[in-house]
Design a protein around this ligand. Structure first.
Ligand code: ADP
Ligand code: 5GP
Length: 181
């Protein structure tokens, strides 16, 4: 099963998927490629950090399940190699989520929303994003949210992290039971 976790920047997607894969051994987190700079707070392997030419070469060779341009950088999920045991988790924005749904209509799409725009802004600033990036992400969220709401199988508001994780794990377990392999 492919599980797509999507939602606007700063809502907590990265935090959520890291916690989900720690709690559920049947989940495997796909590592995306990006051309954006690594944030000082990020580990070297959070993304496969690469340059534009390498990324574009991989697009040409059909090496992405989905890819997009987001606020001036490329992001993409390399064609995952399922191990037959675990479900693949993709943490991606809505354009990529749409592409995945087209190729895999049975993918489970969880769209995460912040409790409020103010709280989303607090989280972006708290993470250390510079002001211009915070504003760009908040503006982008206005466009992403209606698309995500339309596309989602489930909408989850990430207010209390623990509650969010429990809600998402319950959704995943339920979907797994219904999923035909
Ligand atoms: P995203 O991947 O969606 O851009 P992050 O996972 O980087 O978001 O989270 C943005 C910030 O919000 C981080 O500092 C993270 O620790 C914090 N955060 C995530 N979930 C919650 C929550 N439920 N309550 C408060 N802060 C949160
Ligand atoms: P950030 O720069 O904050 O890490 O990511 C910006 C946006 O790109 C986030 O919404 C994140 O979910 C999304 N993203 C990360 N990896 C991918 C990917 O492989 N494909 C797509 N389409 N979006 C991604």
């Amino acid at each position: 099963m492919i599980i797509v976790v999507s939602g606007p920047g700063g809502v907590g997607k990265g935090t959520i998927v890291d916690a989900l894969v720690k709690r559920d051994p049947l989940l495997w987190l796909s590592r995306s490629w990006t051309t954006r700079e690594r944030r000082p707070s990020e580990s070297d392997d959070h993304y496969f950090f690469t340059d534009t030419k390498t990324f574009e070469d991989r697009i040409s060779s059909g090496g992405f399940l989905e890819w997009t341009e987001f606020l001036g950088n490329y992001y993409g999920s390399p064609g995952p190699e399922p191990d037959g045991e675990r479900d693949i988790v993709l943490e991606i924005e809505v354009d990529g989520a749409q592409q995945v749904k087209k190729v895999h209509p049975d993918a489970l799409l969880l769209f995460v929303l912040p409790p409020s725009r103010e709280e989303q802004e607090r989280r972006l600033r708290g993470r250390g994003d510079p002001s211009d990036k915070v504003l760009a992400r908040l503006k982008k969220a206005e466009v992403e949210e209606p698309v995500g709401r339309e596309l989602a199988d489930h909408i989850v508001v990430n207010d209390e992290l623990e509650q969010t994780l429990e809600e998402m794990l319950a959704i995943i377990v339920g979907a797994r039971e219904r999923f035909v392999r």
